[in-house]
Write a protein that binds this ligand. Sequence first.
Ligand code: SF4
Ligand code: SF4
Length: 465
Amino acid sequence: MKDRFLFLSRYVHFLKQSHVVACYHSLRMIPVYVSDDFLLIIKKFTNGNSLQNVLDSIDFDRQEDFLSTVKALEFAKILINSVADDENALGYYLGLLGKPYPHLAYFILTERCNFRCKYCFIKNQESSDYDSENMSLEIALKGLDFFCLLIAEDPKQFELEKTIVFYGGEPLLNWCVLRILLTKIEEYIQNGKLPKRTILNMVTNGSLITNEIAEVLKNSNVQVSISIDGDSFATNSSRAYADGRPVYQDIKRGFLVCKEAGMNIGASCTLSEASISDFDTTIEVLLDECQITNLGFNLMITGEDKLNDGYNERAAKFIINAFKIFRERGVYEDRIMRKVTSFVESKVWLFDCGATGGNQIVIAPNGDVGVCHGFLAKRKYFPINVFDNDFNIHDDSDYKEWSMRSPINMPECQECFALGICGGGCPFQSEIEKGSIWALDDRFCIHAKMTLEWLIWDLFNKMKK
Ligand code: SF4
Ligand code: SF4
């Protein structure tokens, strides 16, 4: 069938390295590596061309080779039979948007914190007279029921994994409520109000963890993630107690207590300038001293810390280099693994956080319920309260808007080679920096593009071996 007409997909991108070109369809996500002298020939399909015509333009002894390349390009949807194939692909993914349903619930157990981290995106949104509250037991239990009601609305999605995150402020400042909430959650898992696959997570600064708390958290299967940014210099340069005392030793003690209780501990590491300036030390602290098994890197959000030029690129590079070490040591880093999984499975990643997609509820200490904890202090995109019984998430304008906020649906993203892998970064950052959740999160764009480029060539180098 050499007389077929073929078109170059509008989603194709070409990345060149020495004499090799990686042809990459941003939605199909299967790279095809060709010799660079094939590039001009492949481009002959840009506005449609017959395969026979193109073959006739090549030396006879290379035609077989080119035909097998065409086969690979067709499999990767880089060469398509009709331009409608592109529209259909986009239409398919657009059809997956706009379906809010919560898989994730944040309990803001308190807005209070014993630390004052310069970069805290929650605290930095609060006005000077903001009244930070603790969540009462009544609100916590009502919030749990509210989440259970929402997830029960769709029986098909009910059994899918759900995650409950205990968050703050510093959640352990409200330990007495958390402790009872944990018992209730266990009861709900047993009686089927929550699915068996309910993951519990807590993000803490670690300073208040005692042996007794660690024991309870371990027995309740809470995955604890302690925030630490590297060594004492990196950590103390952005973080301190409310009275100004340094925090590093107490954070480290938190790790130790959890370790002694036999817990697998994760870390939440915010990549400040100080953390990324000393790669080896930051990695050593995380892997050897804290012995973490999983972690999430956070890019700096606009705050008090001044970022030097090139921060985004250096942070992205830091994450890639760290990943090279983590994969050897079996450590899971969430941010890059989302990209790796999407790439390896050639699966479009529509949303990079639970808020986008409308897949998350955030329960404030007073029971207000919203989409994203970044907007907690301003109560923006907080349309409801746990005491309102007739909330329909599908009809809510905030949830509807956030459930559509994906690069797939953003004009500025359509030509980007990271379209399928990216998920769109953090809309909260977009809004505080550029005034709209629909603007690009520039920090994240750089991370997504650099990571994808690295993944494409890493795969090529592996295939060569
Ligand atoms: S929008 Fe940003 S701050 Fe809000 S949940 Fe998503 S990643 Fe977090
Ligand atoms: S958000 Fe940035 S990296 Fe992601 S698809 Fe859009 S332009 Fe590309």
